[in-house]
Write a protein that binds this ligand. Structure first.
Ligand code: ACO
Length: 371
């Protein structure tokens, strides 16, 4: 029997995260996501996922210093970026840039776990620079160099907008990074682990993960949610819009989940952030439209929003362009992906599932001129 979508297949053991889909709960290394979000910085979560424990202050300082030192990208990437900014979408740029970053990694082809840890941290440090640089170039603005004193999420907003963000905005982005950092065996993480299981390298595994995240059924849903909010335009129009979509057997982006059968616990945090950030910036009526859509989708289909739905209006309020929303998901998930790659290497067996043959059998071969 084929298990299409592999829902019931347990493909690996992990110490990184756990989900209770019925109860709508998520834990990183044993910590409830609701205890981490808003209280623990993204840098601490990076440490947690890579070391399987929360850091002391000295350990956090050490990690932060390494990340800050590694924010700049190579000259190779600086030279490549103007072409990418003109010719590619943000996710394609990120996929290409991560692949290209392997060329100048100081650890080269060193396959030790220590080298892989450093490669992971460099990817976490450099990918926000890549994305901000790309956006500045494509909009004809000066590139903003990384700020050595700002935390990870704040520095990204600084490089993107060219001004230091408010404390509140920096904290909001940081919380979204924490929420997006890890999520067990989703499609992109599984992809990364498959590539790692062949003993291919960290950069190849993460390049593949970005490719998997790009699709609208996975990370691409936050962008699609934002486009939907704009199309709907007002809370009053939401019910009719959703009914029409569902009548046409179309999916409402940002709803449903392969694992959660109730509200995604990340969505509850993002819903509150959407209201608060939207009100603070006067960026309305996205929260109200979102709530109206949520009500109708629940009435019509019994489906709840997932992480991507309210993330869209949060990012909009932070003046993040819609097509950067999925790449931002990728920047945050870099922590989980790279930790999974190291976990796969540590207890590896090549991932090679079976398939069920459903084609014709015992056919008679005929020469081409007789076909
Ligand atoms: N809108 C309308 N109907 C939906 C939706 C939706 N968003 N999600 C599921 N359904 C329906 C399906 O059509 C199906 O109905 P049916 O039984 O009448 O055919 C039923 O609910 C079960 O859905 P599946 O597609 O089997 O659920 P699955 O677990 O395979 O897919 C997925 C989960 C891909 C997330 C799906 O809910 C979906 O496509 N959602 C929209 C895209 C999205 O938001 N993706 C982001 C997910 S979170 C993340 O990746 C970070």
């Amino acid at each position: 029997m084929t298990d299409k979508g592999l829902r019931e297949i347990v493909a690996a053991e992990t110490k990184l995260a756990d989900i209770d889909g019925q109860a709508g709960r998520l834990w990183y290394v044993g910590y409830d996501i609701h205890d981490l979000a808003g209280r623990t910085s993204y840098e601490e979560v990076v440490y947690l996922l890579h070391e399987l424990r929360l850091p002391t202050q000295a350990e956090l300082d050490g990690l932060t210093e390494f990340l800050v030192e590694e924010r700049k990208v190579s000259h190779f990437l600086e030279d490549l970026m103007p072409t990418l900014a003109q010719q590619t979408s943000p996710m394609s740029m990120l996929r290409t840039s991560v692949s290209a970053a392997s060329a100048y990694d100081p650890d080269g082809w060193d396959r030790s776990d220590e080298a892989d840890r450093r490669k992971a941290l460099r990817l976490i440090a450099k990918t926000p620079t890549m994305l901000a640089m790309y956006h500045r170039l494509r909009t004809g603005q000066e590139i903003v160099q990384p700020h050595p004193k700002l935390p990870h999420a704040a520095n990204f907003l600084y490089m993107l907008h060219g001004v230091e963000p408010s404390q509140e905005d920096a904290e909001v982005l940081d919380t979204t990074f924490v929420l997006y950092a890890e999520h067990t065996m989703n499609a992109s993480t599984f992809t990364a682990r498959i590539v790692a299981s062949t003993l291919s390298d960290m950069f190849s595994a993460i390049t593949a993960a970005i490719s998997a995240l790009k699709g609208p059924l996975h990370g691409g849903a936050n962008e699609e949610s934002m486009k939907m909010l704009e199309e709907v335009g007002s809370p009053e129009a939401a019910a009719g819009y959703v009914r029409e979509l569902l009548a046409g057997h179309e999916k409402v982006m940002g709803f449903g989940h392969a694992v959660y059968k109730t509200m995604d616990p990340r969505a509850t945090v993002l819903k509150a952030l959407s209201k608060e950030t939207g009100e603070r910036h006067g960026d309305t009526p996205w929260y109200e439209i979102s709530e109206a859509i949520e009500r109708t989708v629940f009435e019509q289909k019994g489906l709840y929003p997932n992480v991507d739905f309210y993330a869209a209006s949060v990012y909009h309020a932070l003046q993040i362009p819609t097509d950067l929303m999925t790449p931002i998901f990728a920047l945050a998930r870099m922590a989980g992906w790279t930790a999974h790659v190291r976990e796969q290497y540590a207890d590896n067996r090549v991932i090679r599932p079976s398939s069920e043959y459903v084609g014709p059998r015992d056919r008679t071969w005929v020469p081409i001129e007789e076909r």
